[in-house]
Design a protein around this ligand. Structure first.
Ligand code: IMP
Length: 178
């Protein structure tokens, strides 16, 4: 029988309405900047799947999407090493790429992926993250678009998990430390 799971959330940090408005703004901005460029929006799974699903519908110009499944986190800590479990299907050489991230924390994951994708010679590459924990950076990495800067608290919901749960919350919440 499956374990009984109970979600314990301390408080809501960002409501679904707030997220929706900001995602629409980011989408409109990307559409304006990439008009006629047929960009590829790439998200890092699993965390980015909900953000990408909403962002792609807010980018009202022709574009493609692709996914990369990576593993870098165990529970609440970054392991520091990033493993590409499943690579992109599209060739990004000469293409305009937007990496769509759920959250940048230490920066280790993004720094690895950014450098790795630059080697494939895209025409351009930027990073659009929904959340940015600016204070917890361990490595400097360029983040071009940020939905919301946030404090150093462990957050869940809207794709973000704690031990594979909470991804389905429509808002971003702070996990109850107990
Ligand atoms: P970084 O390598 O430390 O920057 O971590 C990036 C990845 O760690 C994100 O893509 C998330 O999957 C995960 N992560 C970092 N902070 C949080 C958090 O507060 N909640 C849930 N996942 C997080």
């Amino acid at each position: 029988m499956a374990d009984q799971i109970e979600y314990k959330v301390a408080r809501i940090l960002l409501s679904s309405e707030k997220i929706r408005n900001r995602v629409n703004e980011l989408g409109a901005e990307i559409a304006r900047e990439y008009e006629g460029k047929n960009p590829i929006l790439i998200t890092l799974l699993k965390g980015g799947f909900i953000f990408l699903a909403d962002l792609t519908r807010a980018v009202e110009i022709p574009h493609e999407v692709d996914f990369m499944l990576i593993r870098s986190y165990e529970g609440k800590r970054s392991t520091g090493s990033v493993q590409i479990v499943q690579d992109l299907k599209l060739n990004i050489e000469g293409r305009h790429v937007v990496i769509v991230e759920d959250i940048v924390d230490t920066g280790l994951t993004l720094s690895y992926i950014r450098e790795h994708l630059e080697l494939r010679k895209p025409a351009s590459l930027i990073v659009c993250t929904l959340l940015d924990k600016v204070e917890t950076r361990k490595i400097e990495v360029k983040v071009d678009k940020v939905g919301f800067p946030i404090e150093d608290e462990f957050v869940v919901g809207y794709g973000l998990d704690y031990r594979q749960h909470y991804r389905n919350l429509p808002h971003i919440a702070i996990l109850d430390p107990k």
